[in-house]
Write a protein of this length. Structure first.
Length: 414
């Protein structure tokens, strides 16, 4: 009897163990399939975003052709001699442009009419690189001549050293040399070609500089907000530099990240920014902030750059870049009939801050002559409190009231 009971007990233990093992194996396989499906979903979503970006890119190119025709019309003033070399189709298009009764749509030439004085005013004077496109992230780094010390090489090394081999194929770093002195520009290019020869040849790094015709007269600017004439000139030119860099980068990738030439980056900054942006792909955000300082570590969706550039160009003489960006957000979401706290809450829904910061400002000597810049990001050294992960699909609910835009639905995906 005892033997029979022992046999039954042994059989039960065996069956239970087998069922437990089978259940665990099935659960583990299901979990792996779920993770694989979620990865495929993210990859599909990114491919759709790339397709959308390329459609917008083609649209921008067609608009560029139309702008060239408009410039030809403006330059020719209807002269038949100037149009003698055009094809019949080109003449017909020019005639349609000049004779149609449609309203004139404002464009960059309304805000900067001096650009019409040169056909090369919106073409880089110097352009080094292979013109890589279709990447996830475009990192924009403006740099100008500094009288004391240049931090550009150290910044590039910090960014490149933190990239994996796969990530180096999925981004492009555009260095914008904001100088019209070609001797200086070629000196910077020569230095970078020696130190980053492989990266430039691979398409990972590009170097551009604006033509002298891009800049308007900066000698008679109105002094505002108590700034000196030199500071007003510096911040106005800086606004124009950002615009040129953004216009160049807009059709290169899905996201654009604004950086500076005197920073260091954290490990895994690329994957952290990309994954954070993908998590928020269904959100109507406009700026993702990966640093709390100035205009460092600000990510934009490439299609939004058109709006931002146009707004900055309209008011490039009036205010600094970070103030103008805040005004863009105010216009989009703030209600004039509500108080300032309500406005800040609304802006926090489209300007989303990531913590801890991924970039630290290290430059001491500003590009503004004589200015010492001691700002540092206090969030840079803080540990990462949340590690992104994948949770299984589920419906979640809570009785807790969401604070600002921090809802449970946003937290659960991981």
């Amino acid at each position: 009897m005892r033997l029979r009971n022992g046999t039954v007990a042994t059989a039960l233990v065996f069956v239970t163990s087998f069922l437990s093992l089978s259940w665990y194996t099935a659960w583990q396989n299901g979990k792996e399939k779920l993770i694989a499906y979620q990865h495929e979903f993210h990859a599909l979503r990114e491919r759709l975003r790339v397709a959308e970006h390329r459609t917008l890119q083609r649209s921008a190119e067609l608009n560029g052709v139309l702008e060239q025709f408009k410039r030809i019309v403006a330059a020719s003033n209807g002269s038949k001699d100037s149009q003698s070399s055009f094809s019949d189709d080109a003449k017909k298009l020019l005639k349609d442009l000049t004779n149609r009764n449609a309203l004139q749509v404002p464009n960059i030439y309304h805000h900067m009419p001096h650009l019409l004085n040169s056909e090369d005013s919106l073409q880089p004077a110097v352009q080094v690189g292979i013109g890589r496109t279709g990447v996830s992230l475009v990192l924009g780094i403006p740099t100008v001549k500094r009288k004391v010390k240049s931090y550009l090489a150290e910044t590039l090394h910090s960014l490149l050293d933190k990239l994996s081999s796969e990530e180096k194929l999925d981004c492009v770093i555009v260095v914008f040399v904001g100088e019209t002195d070609l001797d200086h520009v070629h000196s910077v290019v020569g230095t970078l070609e020696k130190e980053f020869f492989a990266e430039i040849n691979a398409g990972l790094i590009e170097v551009i500089s604006p033509p002298i015709a891009y800049y308007p007269d900066l000698t008679n600017l109105k002094e505002t907000f108590g700034d000196s004439k030199e500071r007003v000139r510096w911040r106005t030119k800086q606004n124009l530099d950002y615009c040129f860099l953004m216009m160049y980068a807009q059709k290169r990738g899905i996201y654009y990240v604004q950086l500076e030439d005197d920073i260091v980056a954290k490990d895994h900054y690329f994957s952290t920014m990309k994954n954070f942006a993908l998590q928020l792909s269904s959100e109507d955000w406009m700026v993702l902030e990966f640093s709390q300082l100035g205009f460092i570590g600000k990510m934009f969706q490439s299609p939004d750059l058109n709006l931002i550039v146009e707004f900055i160009l309209m008011f490039h003489k009036e205010k600094p870049i970070d103030w103008l960006l805040d005004h863009v957000l105010w216009v989009k979401v703030c209600n004039p009939e509500k108080d300032a706290k309500h406005c800040e809450r609304q802006k926090s829904n489209i300007r989303i801050r990531f913590r801890p910061s991924l970039f630290q400002h290290v430059g001491l000597h500003s590009s503004l002559a004589g200015k010492i810049q001691k700002l540092t990001d206090k969030d840079f050294m803080k540990p990462l409190l949340h590690k992104m992960h994948v949770n299984p699909p589920a419906e979640v609910s809570t009785s807790l009231k969401a604070y600002q835009g921090h809802s449970l639905d946003k937290a659960y995906p991981g």
